[in-house]
Ligand binder design. Structure first.
Ligand code: SF4
Length: 192
């Protein structure tokens, strides 16, 4: 994974390389049970070089802590595209097409049991289906290449509309329950 990370550090496969400061590869446990996928890095991430470090990231950390999860042990966090779209716009079709093979390779290498797409873009791009609606599918288990998928609202949506927090917490509780089942079944140590 470290070799792969180095490989894409200087990627110029789409126009986002012209405006980015850093390629945000993702971070966490390379053997995590849970993979969290966001849309794209924002300004803070681009400056610091880590995923989800701004306000949304801080909220995500709080949610993970409430679940009993930590970034370094239980999850790997990445994005649909690895470079920041200027002005935090939604990444274009061309940018997603250029970048998504990197995410797919990460999923293959990490081989998580559970994938959590954060928000509409991550959900649509993961399944390659623009008709999927986060408002309709959040909180219900889906399947992607033999992995369980739990779509949830993006933390930035929770910051804009705190009323969504309650539903999101219910969604994450389902993930915690499933994770405990995996631990009980011997797939993961309770500590990792
Ligand atoms: Fe390369 Fe992805 Fe960055 Fe585009 S967004 S330059 S494909 S790493």
């Amino acid at each position: 994974m470290e070799t792969f990370k180095k490989e894409i550090e200087n990627c110029a496969a789409c126009g986002l390389h012209k405006t980015r400061n850093k390629v945000i590869f993702g971070e966490g446990n390379y053997h995590a049970a849970i993979m969290i996928i966001g849309e794209a890095p924002g300004a803070d991430e681009d400056r610091i070089g880590r995923p989800f470090v701004g306000q949304s990231g801080q909220l995500l950390d709080k949610i993970l802590a409430a679940c009993g999860f930590t970034r370094d042990k239980h999850v790997f966090i990445s994005n649909i595209v690895k470079c920041r779209p200027p002005g935090n716009r939604v990444p274009s079709e061309i940018e997603v097409e250029a970048c998504i093979p990197f995410l797919l390779k990460q999923i293959e290498m990490i081989d998580p049991k559970i994938i959590i797409p954060l928000g509409a873009t991550a959900l649509k791009r993961l399944f390659g289906n623009n008709d999927l609606k986060i408002t309709r599918l959040r909180g219900s288990w889906m399947e992607y290449k033999n992995k369980l998928v739990m779509p949830v609202y993006h933390p930035s949506a929770l910051l804009r509309n705190p009323n969504l927090k309650r539903e999101t917490w219910e969604d994450f509780k389902k993930v915690v329950f499933k994770y405990r089942e995996l631990v009980d079944a011997g797939h993961y140590s309770a500590h990792v």
